[in-house]
Design a protein around this ligand. Structure first.
Ligand code: PHE
Length: 497
């Protein structure tokens, strides 16, 4: 094992007193180093080489926080109020009295709370007590606890743990500093090392352009690096994993030749449901599933569209369908709601461009009255898309979705028959996840009842996939809620996409 120069210096220094249990300060002094990082690094390397043994002891020190320092000089809040209560006239022992002697509102409330927990009661607005001695004793022990920390804190082990716990529950009174102290001793092999073998060596620690321009590196000795050595993980700003995932999905669809479309989540029931041939009696329309709006309560829909949907729903119009055989309520079609799926986006796109073939996608936030659980949220995102062109067909739809998921890293998705009122055939996409098939979304070919009122006769491949479900796979989460908890620690550990 070839030792680097730092290891050699540290070992030489330790051999000057081979049986000592060295502290950090002693090593710094003996090596004349100023940075403790050298001791940690060289000590680690020497321990790996079996020459030094490291012992660690951890300690918890209790020190005063900002409020604690104030309390040390001015007295604890409960103590100041208690002192006043004991001196005051009985008629002044109320909130008004507290304010009149200068206690601020933000102190009075919590202060009285503290005294109440010690047994002081408020009767008809006045403070009363019958345990003067215990209150005084408790306050005295709290005060001396805080006083004892005033200089430089105390080791947690030497303090009353119930008082530590008490003050930990109060804001900024105390802080606990955890620290680890290391000591280094030579092992038998360390003691047996010869000082003569520990001379400084010429080693190259950094490869620079200047070095490579010359020839001297050819015969030089290089400082070994341990690429597996533990090192701190740098943390810095980064996009939220959901945002990063959205960017990645975007680039995958753009790469596959799709363009992006956008829409508004305030919509009419007409565009959200009637356009999709969802009967007005459909259970998903109820208040249990859909968020209806008070403002706007009504969203206008072009009368031509209402007429067309009415015909389709009532008797099928020119589509060859019999429709639902039920009259369409045009008022109801204009109720305002939060869209329950981004399919509104794609059908509106077709209505606006009925004669232009297109491949478009959109990513949008949707709303449903779902009960929150491990795989459901009432607000989530969908990745919607269509292929609208004369030769669009089912295999094209399936291969497009499989390609998308394969590009996202999931080549093993399965499709199976499904039902949606607006597609025929309908297909569900699922992925095998932790022992079960997880539904990723729905798709199919829009029915003529949908496309005809939009003004097109071409087939339309359509799909709507859950973004959060995909995020669970990509980020390896157990619970969909983890995505939106503002837990910086966990977020910073999620993979970079
Ligand atoms: N809108 C469906 C959903 O929200 C998904 C879907 C979109 C199904 C397009 C078929 C066609 O689950």
């Amino acid at each position: 094992m070839s030792l680097g120069n730092n290891e050699r210096s540290m070992l030489r220094a330790m051999l000057s007193n081979a049986s000592r249990n060295w502290t950090l300060t002693e090593i710094l002094e003996a090596t004349e180093w100023t940075d403790q990082v050298h001791v940690a690094g060289a000590g680690q390397a020497l321990s790996e080489a079996g020459l030094v043994e490291i012992s660690e002891t951890s300690s918890r020190r209790v020190v005063l926080g900002t409020e604690g320092q104030k309390a040390a000089s001015e007295g604890l809040l409960e103590s100041r109020i208690w002192d006043w209560l004991q001196m005051s006239e009985e008629s002044e022992r109320n909130m008004q009295g507290l304010f009149s002697v200068g206690f601020e509102r933000h102190e009075a409330g919590p202060g009285v709370g503290l005294l109440k927990s010690l047994g002081v009661k408020v009767e008809s607005g006045s403070f009363v007590w019958d345990n003067e001695d215990t209150v005084s004793a408790t306050i005295a022990s709290r005060t001396s606890f805080i006083q004892s920390l005033a200089d430089s804190g105390e080791d947690a082990d030497s303090l009353d743990s119930s008082l530590i716990e008490h003050f930990q529950g109060r804001k900024d009174l105390i802080e606990i500093e955890e620290s680890t102290t290391r000591n280094w001793t030579l092992t038998k092999a360390g003691v047996d090392t010869k000082v003569e073998d520990l001379q400084e060596v010429e080693q190259i620690g950094e490869i620079t352009p200047e070095l490579l321009q010359g020839e001297s590196w050819r015969d030089a000795e290089f400082k070994p690096f341990d690429v597996n050595a533990p090192a701190p993980i740098p943390t810095g700003g980064r996009p939220h994993p959901m945002q990063a995932l959205i960017e990645r999905i975007r680039s995958v669809f753009l790469e596959m030749g799709f363009s992006e479309i956008e829409g508004d989540y305030v919509q009419s029931a007409g565009w959200n449901m009637d356009a999709l041939f969802i009967p007005q009696s459909h259970p998903a329309r109820t208040m249990q599933d859909t968020f209806y709006l008070n403002n706007p309560e009504k969203v206008d829909v072009a009368p031509e569209m209402l007429d067309l949907w009415a015909k389709v729903h009532e008797h099928g119009h020119d589509t060859g369908s019999k429709g639902w055989g039920v009259e369409l309520d045009k008022e109801e079609a204009q109720t305002g709601l939060l869209w329950t799926h981004t399919t509104v986006n794609t059908v509106r796109h077709i209505a606006e461009n009925p004669h232009e073939p297109c491949r478009v996608f959109g990513i949008g936030r949707v709303f449903r009255q779902e009960t929150i659980d491990r795989t459901h949220l009432p607000e989530f995102h969908q990745i919607e898309g269509i292929i609208h062109e004369p030769d669009a067909n089912l295999p094209m739809l399936i291969s497009t979705l499989k390609t998308f998921y394969a590009k996202m890293g999931y080549p093993d998705v399965r499709v199976r028959p499904a039902y949606f009122p607006y597609t025929e055939p309908s297909v569900e996409v699922e992925v095998y996840w932790r022992g079960e098939w997880l539904e990723l979304g729905g798709s199919g070919i829009f029915r003529p009842e949908v496309t005809e009122p939009l003004g097109t006769e071409w087939p339309v491949c359509a799909w709507g996939m859950g973004l959060e479900r995909l995020a669970m796979l990509v980020l390896d989460l157990d619970d969909i809620r983890e995505l939106y908890q503002p837990d910086l620690e966990r977020l910073s550990k999620m993979p970079i996409l």
